[in-house]
Design a protein around this ligand. Structure first.
Ligand SMILES: Cc1cc2nc3c(=O)[nH]c(=O)nc-3n(C[C@H](O)[C@H](O)[C@H](O)COP(=O)(O)O)c2cc1C
Length: 207
């Protein structure tokens, strides 16, 4: 059966740099015959987590908004490609709101100690794409750590990171053909079902 790949674009800019790389990665996934879905976070209404801790008792979130739709899509997918710009050395606010709302999945797994029914025994993998405007040695440190825990909560193997720095103007990434090629290659690789899940994420950082 064909794998389902979803790409979540967190950038507030339509056709922003991370968004363009995500589309390349999805094109790479499609090149091996997978079914892909592109999701732009800005099209959904998601409120921040209010730490009411209701999920500690039920494993689900009481806030009624589009989170539930997105969470169902993430749990159903075989592959997730998550793209974000770097804002103040970490993911942008739109991305962080979605990640924080996954606290109910964390409570489900680690407080209530229940497996996620939709994901048990499946080979699910995830990749992150992040872009920053400057060049700083530590620019992607925070994202690496956040994604480790985000993908774990989703019960997904952290398969790859594509980080690009010194790209700021909207669409500027198009002038970086190597980054565009790498996004395509990693998307294609992520969607290949016949390879074992990696023991540690492929970590690619480009200038
Ligand atoms: C609020 C804000 C914070 C930013 N913080 C950083 C930062 O900490 N480091 C950096 O290198 N670039 C920073 N940038 C620049 C963006 O990461 C850069 O323009 C990137 O290309 C945006 O990606 P996008 O086009 O996918 O949205 C910031 C931009 C904004 C608007």
């Amino acid at each position: 059966m064909a794998l389902k790949v979803i790409g979540i674009s967190a950038s507030p800019r339509l056709n922003g740099n991370s968004d363009l790389l995500l589309r390349q990665a999805l094109a790479g996934a499609e090149s091996v015959g997978t079914q892909t879905e592109y999701i732009r976070l800005a099209d959904f209404k998601i409120a921040p987590c209010i730490e009411c801790n209701s999920c500690y008792k039920t494993g689900s979130c009481i806030v009624e908004d589009d989170y539930h739709l997105l969470s169902a899509k993430m749990l159903d997918a075989d592959r997730l490609i998550f793209a974000t710009p770097i804002f103040f050395m970490t993911v942008c606010a739109q991305a962080k709101i979605l990640i924080d709302r996954c606290q109910c999945l964390w409570a489900h797994r680690y407080v209530l100690r229940k497996p996620l029914i939709d994901t048990a025994g499946r080979d699910r993998r995830a990749m992150v794409i992040a872009i920053g405007g400057s060049k700083s040695k530590k620019m992607f440190d925070s994202i690496r750590l956040t994604m480790k825990y985000f993908f774990d909560v989703l019960d997904m193997n952290y398969a790859a990171s594509l980080f690009v720095n010194k790209v700021e103007d909207p669409g500027q990434i198009k002038k970086h053909p190597f980054a565009m090629k790498e996004a395509f290659r990693l998307g294609r690789q992520l969607a290949a079902a016949d390879t074992p899940p990696p023991k540690k994420p492929a970590d690619i950082e480009l200038t």
